[in-house]
Design a protein around this ligand. Sequence first.
Ligand code: PMP
Ligand code: GLN
Length: 380
Amino acid sequence: PQTKLPNIGTTIFTVMSQLAAEHSAVNLGQGFPDFDVPERLVQALDRAMREGKNQYAPMTGLPVLRQAIAAKTERCYGYRPDADTEVTVTSGASEAIFDAVHAVVRPGDEVIVLDPCYDCYEPAIDLAGGRAVHVALDPAHFRPDWERIRAAVTPRTRMIITNTPHNPSGAMFDGADIAQLEALLHDTGIYLLSDEVYEHIVFDGARHESALRHPALRERAFVVSSFGKTYHCTGWKVGYCIAPPALSAELRKVHQYNTFCTFTPAQAAFAEMIEAEPTHYEGLGAFYQAKRDRFHDQLLGTQLKPLTVPGGYFQLVDYSTVSDLDDASFCRWLTVEKGVCAIPLSPFYAEPPRRQHLARLCFAKNEATLDAAIERLRAL
Ligand code: PMP
Ligand code: GLN
């Protein structure tokens, strides 16, 4: 019998986390923090459950949380979305991405994705009956090549998916990229799905170019974020989508029959947290920059060559001086034989570049975890 996703196996994140556990490797593979969630947030969650906030939330999200997201968006990007018609709370950014794709992609439509790209985009497109059109980012610095993207547009193009700061490279769009994207979309009916889950993890004073800052983009955009990244709680799976009323209405049709609503106590807790500490976001860049810098300096004492990381919580390393293995084999070897789990880049590509010797390490970890990994990496 014909299956619907014949080319999809288990995700690389699951595969590598299992391998890390089996071999007691330090897990710098799958992206998740190993430090505590803010105490205030844990207490707020506990209180929400004790206060009986345990039944279905409104389909679109708790009003207090949607208001808090709207206010926070205005503080960050100078644009206040309407909390009732433009903000939808979802079960992680993953659900928002799935819903947005299914809201607009019809059988036969094309969706441009920029490789390497996060692994949940293409299966959503496939299930909607669409086709992902892969355009490679420039392998030197993982920035978009707008000429090539323009050349990939056809009358069937329905959507383009962008991701800044970028997983796995950390690359970020700048003002010139935004101008190019605006020019590309001008006078077309192409929608933008802007994956901004690492929006607050940006370094060296850089500005996150949210699509929400730019009227010509936000009028056609689904902008997706995740509290998992911002509050160190990837397992809570709460995210949201900001989109114009007409697009939000379509997204909500999918959301209401997908999950209907998202874990109520966490929504109450995030609303309280945002109100109590509205500037939490501003400290996140510095918090992760200290980790990035320390880890980078430590890596210089190994044979792995760290690449520049403008944002996000992943460090790419070039391992060419250590091994000539392909990246999947190298990461498996590193996990099993050397006790450090990393993620290969090839699963993020439709066509992985030949002889690209890069692996991804997550530095959202306590110093002790990173120190333990470095000690093992020094012995390569
Ligand atoms: N997009 C990117 C680029 C991600 O890295 C992740 C999470 N790892 C997601 C989306 C999904 O976020 P969530 O866990 O909130 O579903
Ligand atoms: N986004 C995480 C990463 O890139 C993984 C999330 C997952 O395992 N689905 O590592």
